[in-house]
Design a protein around this ligand. Structure first.
Ligand SMILES: Nc1ncnc2c1ncn2[C@@H]1O[C@H](COP(=O)(O)OP(=O)(O)O)[C@@H](O)[C@H]1O
Ligand SMILES: [Mg+2]
Length: 226
């Protein structure tokens, strides 16, 4: 197998059979040792973070597959901390799609003149460009179409899938007395050009609270599977 990309939290390998292998690392995003799911730098390394992220990812991707949501998932190996997936081509240089149920993080930083911290949002969807150099700027539907990154039709599909997937995660959390504030997803195209969910669904890509208390990724995984 051949290393094709070394990301912030995973290494990506191309397998001989054409599949892609994602190796989850113990690195998590954040700054100066503080975890932040919205950050685009590695902030800290935590023993077991990779395995914890993979366990949650495996759980949610298998759940989504059962519900016939298109995803890249093939299988996961918790001992090797790897996940085998279908190869995807991403939109432009990559997009992140965020679904928000409460106003925190970058939403609050941008719209704080109009929104109160923790204000309820209606499964609000927004897209950002994966562009570390430019701090992952938010991009509108019109800009995505204008720049030939997504058609309006594809945007509609992406938004619908995002709300559907986020609702699966939200309701799963709610069953454990947890509240999902926001979540970040990634999508790509399969070899037949169909849109599918890619990457991961782990504590590192979402903010979850228990009452007023923020629950860190590895603790979240423990509560979820307890
Ligand atoms: N099925 C897939 N095919 C190809 N690339 C993928 C697939 N799933 C995820 N990726 C990409 O692999 C990388 C995973 O590594 P990660 O550390 O999360 O990267 P990043 O630093 O870009 O967030 C991401 O760039 C993600 O877009
Ligand atoms: Mg990533």
């Amino acid at each position: 197998m051949k290393l094709t990309y070394s990301g912030k939290t995973k290494d990506v390998y191309r397998l001989e059979d054409g599949h892609v292998l994602l190796k989850f690392k113990d690195d998590v995003t954040g700054e100066d040792g503080v975890f932040d799911p919205g950050a685009n730098t590695v902030g800290l390394t935590i023993d077991g973070a990779g395995k914890s992220g993979l366990r949650m990812t495996k759980y949610f991707f298998e759940k989504l597959e059962e519900q016939n949501v298109p995803t890249h998932y093939i299988d996961a190996d918790l001992d090797e901390v790897t996940m085998t997936v279908k190869p995807a081509t991403v939109f432009g240089k990559g997009l992140e799609v965020i679904c928000r149920y409460r106003a925190v993080g970058s939403f609050l930083r941008r719209f704080g003149a109009y929104a109160e911290e923790g204000q309820v949002l209606d499964a609000f969807v927004e897209v950002t460009l994966k562009d570390d150099e430019r701090q992952d700027p938010p991009i509108s539907e019109d800009a995505l179409a204008q720049l030939h990154i997504l058609t309006h039709e594809e945007y509609a599909t992406l938004k619908e899938l995002t709300q559907q997937i986020s609702e699966v995660v939200r309701s799963e959390m709610a069953e454990k007395g947890l509240e999902l504030y926001d979540i970040k997803l990634e999508f790509g195209r399969d070899p037949e050009r169909n849109i599918m969910l890619i990457d991961e669904i782990s504590g590192g890509n979402m903010r979850v609270y228990q009452g007023d208390t923020y629950i860190a990724p590895m603790e979240l995984e423990k509560i979820l599977f307890s």
